[in-house]
Design a protein around this ligand. Structure first.
Ligand SMILES: [Zn+2]
Length: 261
């Protein structure tokens, strides 16, 4: 009896630990506000929940609508390309080579942990004229819901990892993982000199659709001034790389490619 109970407990623990590990990893998936265009919902319901014994610090509620002040357009006629979740040793060099061949610049929303692990890729992004965006330390989709101090230290730690790799490189933007912004987080990012960068075109490439689907989604939704969200890390991005071989020259010809401003 007892040994069986013990092994059941052990199994339970193993499952619990595995589950936690995986949950922490999940990318935009959990979050991504539905694709291509702005989908503002009704105003945020901020119903203060009854306070009970404070065990864990509670996450602030996620607003139903994206907060004000997010940059969702490139700020010019050109289209801004953004690549998230890297740097990644397999895919970031591929996209850098494509951008260089097309003679265009993009914005890389880098994860602090990845920047620390692959500093030479961060340095190369900067050296090749691209722009940097802070994308949180470990892709925390709930970061915007945490305390001001936690948000600030996460962004700071990520900035430091970036600057360890590329000293003095400007970090122009911050992008909340999954687009799960809160107004408080937007304010903090601004105070730290990071402008909040959202997007207007999301082909949901994190979900591994085939390249032709990524191409179709991007071409269908892109206009002058769009900000296109794609991923150069966080999973197998071979389909994104293949799509970009068509999309980068095509978007350049139709609209021009520009850094967001
Ligand atoms: Zn992301």
């Amino acid at each position: 009896m007892r040994p069986r109970a013990l092994s059941a407990l052990a199994l339970g623990l193993v499952l619990l630990v595995t589950g936690c590990g995986e949950a922490g990893k999940s990318p935009e998936k959990a979050a991504a506000p539905p694709s291509a265009s702005a989908a503002p919902a009704p105003s945020p319901v901020t119903k203060p929940s009854p306070t009970r014994t404070p065990a864990k610090p509670k996450l602030r509620p996620l607003p139903k609508k994206l907060p004000a002040g997010l940059h969702r357009a490139s700020g010019s006629n050109g289209v801004a390309l953004t690549f998230d979740d890297g740097p990644d040793p397999r895919f970031t060099p591929q996209i850098l080579a494509q951008l260089r061949a097309a003679r265009v610049q993009a914005t890389f929303c880098v994860v602090g942990k990845q920047a620390k692990r692959y500093p030479e890729l961060v340095a190369r992004i900067v050296r090749e004229g691209h722009q940097l965006c802070n994308h949180s330390w470990h892709h925390d989709v709930n970061l915007g819901r945490r305390s001001a101090a936690e948000i600030r230290s996460d962004l700071q730690r990520t900035n430091e990892a970036i600057h360890a790799a590329a000293p003095k490189a400007p970090i122009t933007w911050f992008r909340q993982p999954g687009g799960r912004w809160t107004a408080e987080e937007v304010t903090i990012a601004r105070q730290m000199g990071l402008r909040p960068l959202h997007w207007s075109v999301d082909p949901q490439d994190w979900d591994h659709p085939p390249a032709k689907t990524i191409i179709k989604r991007v071409k269908g939704a892109t206009r002058h001034g769009s900000v296109v969200l794609m991923h150069d890390a966080g999973g197998d991005r071979a389909q994104t790389m293949a799509a970009c071989r068509h999309l980068i020259p095509d978007i350049k010809r139709r609209y021009g490619i520009a850094l967001p401003r």
